[in-house]
Design a protein around this ligand. Structure first.
Ligand SMILES: Cc1cc2nc3c(=O)[nH]c(=O)nc-3n(C[C@H](O)[C@H](O)[C@H](O)COP(=O)(O)OP(=O)(O)OC[C@H]3O[C@@H](n4cnc5c(N)ncnc54)[C@H](O)[C@@H]3O)c2cc1C
Length: 339
């Protein structure tokens, strides 16, 4: 018997399990032989308070001081507008407008953009160190983690649940792309999650580590220096079923083409490529809470493309909701998003 059973050992699961373990007995179940094998292990590791919808930005800003020593390294984000729509869009981004010439000074391989803005609060995140911090802390607080344990069976038992034979008062569904499938297993209404594949490649290039992260404002590509290579993405969002996502050659080719069009780099090939699933509900805000008719089954899902940068504040908010406290930050309760 445990107070809380968390399903999923990505950033969402381990962070909320850690926060809850300060107040309750917690067991975490992960389907794979290792934690963080899916989306969490595949991110671009960027912390940018100017990125994402309003609640995400707020949670990201609130997370800044909570990351702990050595997790964040300052690395500015440069937003580019390349057409008139982009110029309009740039006005909505909470970053400091700079001249196109200044943008080229910051990243000399850029062709001059129409407009630009700089987020000087952006950082690189050591994702695996953050994940390991939560796993260690969970263990220290008496929490238990079982890998290789896919949840396949869940039923109501009085006020609580029985999950793979474990009795618990509360289930936290942090199963990422699979969170709606887990809800179906529990007989709980889904929240309309849509996994979207995103591709990243490491291109062979002489990338100066001093260059900022450079991102087109409508998310049609981004690039940044990464261990002697250039990390590039076409900003793809291809709807997918929950799965072990693989990169598509076509998406890698689009990334090369778009980065080449915006720079003088003339990239030709990539060293490696990978893909992961960013999982959203339609408004792109995270989903935290239980349906009124299904207490004790708490969604902690829909982290989309921001689940690392907002993890510390979102985990505290989620734990507050599970524990029945008033959360300090704005949060989203699950609502019927479709149908
Ligand atoms: C290419 C890419 C770039 C990104 N870049 C950034 C970035 O720069 N900054 C940022 O903040 N975010 C970024 N993100 C988003 C971020 O990675 C995600 O929001 C975050 O990792 C989601 O974590 P999660 O724990 O919800 O999902 P996951 O890491 O996928 O974890 C879910 C876990 O649940 C497990 N599971 C599923 N079903 C079951 C079951 N039935 N039983 C037991 N376990 C189960 C899975 O095996 C998995 O380990 C990026 C994502 C991608 C794909």
């Amino acid at each position: 018997m445990v107070d809380v059973l968390v399903i999923g050992g990505g950033m969402a699961g381990v962070s909320i399990a850690y926060e809850l373990a300060a107040h309750a007995s917690v067991t975490l179940l992960e389907a794979e032989p290792e934690l963080a094998m899916h989306t969490t292990g595949r991110s671009a590791a960027i912390y940018a308070p100017s990125y994402g919808p309003p609640t995400v930005r707020e949670l990201t800003t609130a997370s800044g001081p909570l990351f702990g020593d050595g997790i964040l390294t300052p690395h500015h984000s440069l937003w580019l507008a390349l057409d008139d729509d982009g110029v309009d869009h740039l006005r909505d981004i909470p970053a400091d407008p700079i001249t196109p010439q200044r943008a080229v000074e910051l990243c000399p391989v850029l062709r001059t953009p129409l407009a630009a803005a700089l987020d000087t609060s952006a950082m690189d995140i050591d994702v695996m160190a953050l994940h390991a911090h939560y796993v260690r802390g969970l263990k220290k607080r008496g929490g238990v983690t079982h890998k290789n344990t896919r949840v396949t069976e869940m039923r109501r038992d009085g006020d609580g649940w029985v999950v793979n034979g474990i009795r618990t008062d509360t289930v936290v569904d942090a199963a990422g792309a699979w969170a709606d499938e887990v809800a179906e297993l529990a007989g709980v209404p889904t929240v309309g999650l849509q996994p979207m594949r995103r591709t990243i490649a490491l291109a062979r290039a002489d990338a100066d580590p001093a260059w900022p992260l450079v991102a087109e404002v409508a998310d049609t590509f981004y690039f940044r220096p990464e261990s002697g290579h250039l990390l590039i993405s076409p900003g793809d969002e291809t709807p997918s079923v929950p799965c072990d996502a693989k990169p598509d050659e076509q998406d890698v080719a689009i990334a090369l083409e778009r980065v080449n069009a915006a720079t003088t780099l003339n990239l030709r090939s990539v060293h490696t490529a990978w893909a992961g699933l960013r999982t959203f509900v339609p408004d792109r805000e995270p989903v935290v809470g239980a349906w009124p008719d299904h207490p004790g089954f708490v969604f902690f899902a829909g982290q989309g493309g921001y689940g690392i940068q907002m993890a510390p504040a979102l985990a505290r908010t989620g734990a507050d909701i599970v524990l029945g406290r008033t959360p300090p930050s704005p949060i989203m309760s699950p609502r019927r998003k479709h149908g």
